[in-house]
Design a protein around this ligand. Sequence first.
Ligand SMILES: *[C@@H]1O[C@H](CO)[C@@H](O)[C@H](O)[C@H]1NC(C)=O
Ligand SMILES: *[C@@H]1O[C@H](CO)[C@@H](O)[C@H](O)[C@H]1NC(C)=O
Length: 290
Amino acid sequence: MKFLILVIVLNMAATAKKSTKYCSFLRSDVQKHCFLKEVLSIQSHSPNQLAIDRKSNTLYFSFDNGQGEFIPAMLNLDSKQIKILKGVKDAFAIANNNGTGDAYFGGSNGIYKYRFNEKQLLRLSVKVDVWWLHIRKDIYFVQFPSLNAFVYKNKGVKSVEQLRKTIVHQFVFDSEQNVFFVNGSGLYGIKKGSWNHILLRDRPPFFAMAVDVTGQVFVSSEDGIYVVSKLAQKVKRIVTVPGVQGIAFDQNNFMVYSDSHELARLVPVSAEAYYQGLSKEQRDKAVYFC
Ligand SMILES: *[C@@H]1O[C@H](CO)[C@@H](O)[C@H](O)[C@H]1NC(C)=O
Ligand SMILES: *[C@@H]1O[C@H](CO)[C@@H](O)[C@H](O)[C@H]1NC(C)=O
């Protein structure tokens, strides 16, 4: 038993980047929390932005078809069944509306809306090349190649005032309507109603942003995934999975991520549960991160 786990861990450690740290639970580490990694899908072409409709527990992702076009797909997180969504020309950016369950896809052909219940795909009347999407009451996006932030509202496009003329790679609102964004210079926060861009951290370079079920902001980097604690200017690494390009949170607020070769879910587990709650088979398969 022990031997098996050790073999898996060593094997993974050898193939992963140097910065990856794996948990070595001891039976006494009752307080320690780690994550079990569950591989959802192996994708040969790298998926980018992710979104999850929590009502139907559907994960939306896209993959490069090898010709520079991103094909959208849906993965049912319960059955693990994957379906390709036809009709969207280029889904580089993906987001969903937490309230309605609608999914949105953005790319070189503008923005599409997919109504899950009606199985209906609509193309919005806005001619833009979309780099990033974030849905609130309105549709927020980063335009390519300017990398400026806009909002699509009442069939019109306007600048996001707090981000006017700023280069933005990705941005999100937290539950208190503070804005967080990343660009080539680092991770920034803007308090609700303020115009002051506060640099929270300038390195390592940050990639993907997401907001969890509770409204907490997460951001990935080349050496792991960080949690941003409001505007207390604290940015703390919580998982050492390197090179994550997309993050989303499922019904249970478990983190789903994509890197260059797979889609995986991290299920939090305490040392106690690890030893008591898992079957032998699960433990044998487990790869766990701290
Ligand atoms: C990133 O945003 C900050 C804050 O607005 C800005 O000062 C900086 O120039 C931006 N970085 C890049 C590379 O555009
Ligand atoms: C999503 O919706 C749920 C309930 O509808 C709510 O509790 C939660 O705060 C929302 N999350 C975000 C990030 O808006």
